[in-house]
Every structure is written in structure tokens, then in C-alpha cells.
Design a protein around this ligand. Structure first.
Ligand SMILES: Nc1nc2c(c(=O)[nH]1)N[C@@H](CN(C=O)c1ccc(C(=O)N[C@@H](CCC(=O)O)C(=O)O)cc1)CN2
Length: 285
């Protein structure tokens, strides 16, 4: 039977440490504050934004919520970001993704001041991550590394297969793993013989957004499996539930797996708060 890596418990522990760091900053006269921008009315994004604001409150962090209509226009959004960039009371800025059609996400993310880019998506932070220098690291990959650290001491020479080459998860997590001297293979939609490649892995990070893509026979005994997928499916009886990228019920021979829900997802928001504390601490310097 494989171990289940409890993302909820780890996120709670991280948030407790963040709450302590927030209290220390406040004692020094800094009130760490996160600005969250939501454009349009995507229901899932609305839930994530509410959760981010409520988690800020729980750790004693300040938050600013800015909601804009889907048709607000790119320039209005860029102006909003300029205002938040210039506000010394704001330490972290996040624009919830995806953005509505007609708004260029690249231009929007480029506009956020790198020192306040707590999502770590700005090209300056992407560059810092790829050169192993100090920047802000994207939240989901940061959370994945913390989950992996709970079961792996030494990554040197381990074969890691990352499934999915997104800018938010696949590419940055590959960079973090390379930094630890793992041997990293990033696969994507055009990759041939994916099951064979996966079967050679000591660690699989499945971030394809394809429900139950990773089957039991893809996984070698003792491998560690990180499931990043979150897809809502509707059962025969009409009830909806969330499933990951891995057929977890076939993975008893793995060493450890992350559940969906309750694995990587909760770490994303906890890491967002810890990145905001980091940005606030750096702003003091
Ligand atoms: N600007 C950003 N946009 C998006 C990001 C991001 O990191 N920055 N990531 C995702 C959405 N996301 C946070 O924004 C996010 C997704 C899922 C979860 C989560 O806790 N999921 C739960 C299950 C879902 C549920 O119960 O509704 C879990 O896995 O246990 C948190 C945050 C895209 N956009």
C-alpha cells in the first residue's frame, strides 16, 4: 500500500509558519498585504480568489480584492496593475488566471513589478529560477517540492518525469528539480512512448490536465507520484467530483502518492501566502 502525502496537513503547517512571520513583520511596522485581481466571472476563479482572500485573513495578512468586468479592456487592467505596483502598502500582486479572451496574459503578467510578482510568472522571476538565483518561485511548483521533500532526502541522480510543459507547473518544477540535481525529462502532447518513459521514473509529476492518464502499469514499484491534475467530472448519477491525472486506485505499488483533492492544490494557496511574506521581508531591505 502506498503512503498518501497529506497536502492539507502540510499546507496547514506552512500557513502556521506564515502566520508567525506575519506577526513578526507587523511588530516591525510592516503589514504584509496581497492584492488579488480577478477579471470576469469564471466560477472556479471566483472560488479560488475568495479562498485566497480568506486564507490571508486567517494568517493575519492584509488583502486587497479588485474585480473587473470581462470586457474591461486590457488597458484598464494594465492601469490597475500600475496603481498596485506604485502602492508601497502592497507587497504581492496576483492576477487570477485564466484571463478572458481578448486580454493578452503575457502582457499583463509582464506588467507586474517583479518584486511583487508572488505568482513568479514575470520573465525576470522565470529567468532567476532558470539560473538558480533568488527570485519568487511559482506557487504550485514550490508546493510540489515541499511535498516531495517530505518523502525524498536526496534527489541527486533520480529520474524524474514531468508530464506537461506548462509555464505554471511543468517548466518551473523541472527547473527546481534540476537545481537539486535530478535527471529530469519533460514530456508533452507530442511525446512518443510516454508509458515507457514514465516506467523508468523514480518520481512522476503528472501535470497534463488529463483525468487518469497515468495508469498503474506506467509506474515502477517504489516510485513517488505527484498528481497535479484537477478535473471536474460528472458521474453517471449526475454528481460531480474532482479527479486527478493519475489512476490512484492502480498505484498501490508506488512508494507515495498525492491525493486529489487534498494534495498539491492546498499547497498552492499556502505557498502564495509565504511568497507574499517573502516579498514583504525583501521590501524592508
Ligand atoms: N494567478 C494564478 N492563477 C491560477 C493559479 C495560480 O497559481 N496563479 N493556479 C490555478 C488555480 N488555483 C489557484 O489560483 C488553485 C487551484 C486548485 C486549488 C485547490 O486547492 N484545489 C483543491 C480541489 C479543488 C476544490 O476543492 O475546489 C485540491 O486540489 O484539493 C487551489 C488553487 C489556476 N489559476
Amino acid at each position: 500500500m502506498s503512503d498518501i502525502i497529506d497536502g492539507r496537513a502540510m499546507a496547514r503547517a506552512l500557513s502556521e509558519r506564515t502566520a508567525q512571520a506575519v506577526a513578526m513583520l507587523k511588530a516591525e511596522g510592516i503589514d504584509p498585504t496581497l492584492a488579488v485581481v480577478l477579471v470576469g466571472g469564471d466560477p472556479a476563479s471566483d472560488i479560488y480568489v475568495r479562498r485566497k482572500i480568506s486564507e490571508c485573513r486567517k494568517v493575519g495578512m492584509g488583502s486587497i480584492e479588485r474585480r473587473m468586468a470581462a470586457d474591461c479592456g486590457e488597458q484598464a487592467l494594465l492601469d490597475m496593475i500600475d496603481t498596485l505596483n506604485a502602492d508601497p502598502a502592497v507587497h504581492g500582486i496576483l492576477v487570477q488566471l485564466p484571463l478572458p479572451p481578448g486580454i493578452d496574459a503575457g502582457r499583463v503578467l509582464d506588467r507586474i513589478a517583479p518584486a511583487k510578482d508572488v505568482d513568479g510568472f514575470h520573465p525576470v522571476n522565470v529567468g532567476r529560477l532558470s539560473t538558480g538565483s533568488q527570485g519568487l518561485v511559482p506557487c504550485t511548483p514550490l508546493g510540489i517540492m515541499m511535498l516531495l521533500d517530505s518523502v525524498i532526502d536526496d534527489y541527486r541522480g533520480l529520474n524524474v518525469v514531468v508530464i506537461g510543459k506548462s509555464n505554471i507547473v511543468g517548466k518551473p518544477v523541472a527547473m527546481l528539480l534540476l537545481e537539486r540535481e535530478a535527471t529530469v525529462t519533460v514530456t508533452h502532447i507530442e511525446t512518443r512512448n510516454l508509458p515507457d518513459i514514465a516506467r523508468a521514473a523514480d518520481v512522476i509529476v503528472a501535470a497534463a490536465g488529463a483525468p487518469h492518464l497515468v495508469r498503474g502499469y506506467w509506474v515502477k514499484p517504489g516510485a513517488v507520484i505527484i498528481d497535479v491534475g484537477i478535473t471536474r467530472v460528472v458521474d453517471h448519477d449526475g454528481a460531480s467530483r474532482i479527479v486527478g491525472d493519475c489512476a490512484t486506485h492502480e498505484l498501490d505499488h508506488a512508494k507515495a502518492v498525492t491525493p486529489v483533492p487534498g494534495g498539491v492544490g492546498p499547497m498552492t494557496i499556502a505557498c502564495l501566502l509565504s511568497n507574499t511574506v517573502l516579498a514583504a521581508q525583501r521590501s524592508m531591505a
